[in-house]
Design a binder for this molecule. Sequence first.
Ligand code: 4AD
Ligand code: MG
Length: 478
Amino acid sequence: MKRTKIKELLATAPTGQSVTVNGWIRSFRNSQFLSLNDGSTLQNLQAVVELNALDESTQKRLTTGACISVDGELIASLGKGQAVEVKVKSLEILGDCDPEAYPLQLKNRPSLEYLREIAHLRSRTNTFGAVMRVRHAMAFAVHKFFNDRGFSYIHTPIITGSDAEGAGAMFRVTTLDQANPPRDEQGHVNHKEDFFGRETNLTVSGQLEGETYALALGEIYTFGPTFRAENSNTTRHLAEFWMIEPEMAFYELKDNMQLAQDFLQYLVRYALDNCADDLEFLNKRALEEEQAKPQDQRSELSLLERLKFVAENDFQRLSYTEAIDVLKNSNPNKKKKFQYLIDSWGVDLQSEHERYLVEKHFKKPVILFDYPANIKSFYMRQNDDGKTVAAMDVLFPGIGEIIGGSQREERYDRILKRVNELNLPEKDLWWYLDLRKFGSAPHSGFGLGFERLILFVTGMTNIRDVIPFPRYPGNAEF
Ligand code: 4AD
Ligand code: MG
């Protein structure tokens, strides 16, 4: 079908030329003014039907949500609010939409909670249109950033036999008969008879496999779905989320932190430069939502101000040890306002602490580094102090942790010792340990949670609203 997208028409000089537009009706006023949206842009196109040009039965079918194809002339708009409009010559209804049954009527703005239940239709709303166009732009920008810097995109496996990341509970992948699985002599389920001849899971991270290519191609990144079977019912966690994991040979922790900052600033700048009207809309939307909150919970900056601020200002770098000092002496700690009080070095930071550092104390993104070894993964490089590792987390306002990463332990003896201390399955990690035997090199990397980035850029507040079909405990509809 030949058609011109609305985004293009709105930027075209009107000379009465013939055009075809396809789209979904947002509203039909006064039996004359059709407001059409085709998803190419947030903006609607006005199509004007001459009075009495349509028979009554056709008019009745022009309901909100119906899909139509319009042939007409592109003319300068006579009304206010748009530069051009289409004077309808003929009109075809491609798909009717029963107004009694259609859940997205203009009158009552549906809640985000309700829209989650109709995730197959929420795509037709302004909010989800805007969020998903921004999401697309961010995915494209991720590839552009790395491609422009000579990184190779590596596709790491989704089904994996390595369960050594320790990042969280995993989803088992099996073809065994669940009701009656084969058993070995001790009565354990016999995974030798399973599809892959062993236990397998959905990946929690592509990092370990990514490292094998960093130590060959130099600089690589992954960008794919990851899965965590934690029972986390929060506005920041999904059971299925997308992660970007760059991994670089010859990078030390400092280089890693710089790349993380450059990357995030590039993405935010890209959104500002390329998604202006969607961000404008989301900015207004967020302001309206803020109005409903008590004064002291409102953020000081608007969405657009936050984005500009992050794009233009260096992130605060701070060691874990320094952060503990700040937190120990903070008002909420002294006044016992934190749910988890900070009393000693070595405790894991909760999101209340991370948000205090970012939102109250420094008022800018923070990169924390050199964490206690005991609260971080086995593969992180051990520092000379014997108690910390070269880890880093990037903390963002309103989000908390957006990136986690580290310099990797490249010394064979050190990592082997750590694997054994933690009782990790050395035999499953044979290939990972091999990397440290054959031409090992200093290297580093990190993981950016794609949906947390989209939360930040769109100003949405629940991670379930920035992915088309969210997966979380108790929900896998669609
Ligand atoms: O901190 P995480 O667990 O780190 C890793 O997986 C490392 N292998 C990354 C690396 O060094 N290559 O996860 C990285 C990021 C977090 O900072 C967060 O943004 C996001 O992934 N993330 C989640 N996002 C949504 N839902 C979840 N359940 C998430 N868990 C982590
Ligand atoms: Mg982490």
